[in-house]
Design a binder for this molecule. Structure first.
Ligand code: CU1
Length: 149
């Protein structure tokens, strides 16, 4: 292969890769009243990756009113939330290294935002998933369904 055609081949690869990888964006907010603004997030199974952005629209500090966005199977999330309470703020109130955590953002305080990007290919279309905030006491109020359709 000549240097020129090798270069053309590389460009084609990069272009194809860019066109094929589809990142879908989702947004959710949390406030000082221990609430998310959404109880359901829906994403297309055609997305390769999902970028979720959490905005804390309250004013309270992370130590008092921290929020994160954590994704797990519906059968796992309550146990993760309960075990996470002992893990402390430095570990986002999530059990360290637990593979049942499918994705999570950092824990943030009022006025801050955080994002997480994760592969949708690891999850099942039509699967039963729940998102929640793992801050102690918040998960019972701050949770919702994550739907892949
Ligand atoms: Cu929270």
């Amino acid at each position: 292969m000549s240097r020129l055609s090798a270069l053309a081949f590389l460009f084609a690869l990069v272009f194809t890769g860019t066109a094929a990888a589809k990142t879908c964006e989702l947004e959710i907010t949390g406030n000082d009243q221990i609430q998310f603004n959404k109880s359901k997030l829906t994403v297309s199974s055609e997305c390769d990756k999902v970028k979720l952005t959490l905005k804390h629209v309250g004013k309270l500090a992370v130590e008092q009113m921290g929020h994160n966005w954590t994704l797990a199977k519906t059968g796992d999330w309550r146990d993760l939330a309960q075990k996470g309470q002992a893990a402390g703020l430095e570990n986002e109130y999530l059990p360290v290294g637990d593979e049942r955590i499918l994705a999570h953002t950092d824990m943030i305080g009022g006025g801050e935002s955080a994002s997480v990007t994760f592969d949708l290919s690891n999850l099942e279309k039509g699967g039963d998933y729940t998102f929640f905030c793992s801050f102690p006491g918040h998960w019972a109020l701050m949770n919702g369904k994550f739907v892949i359709e």
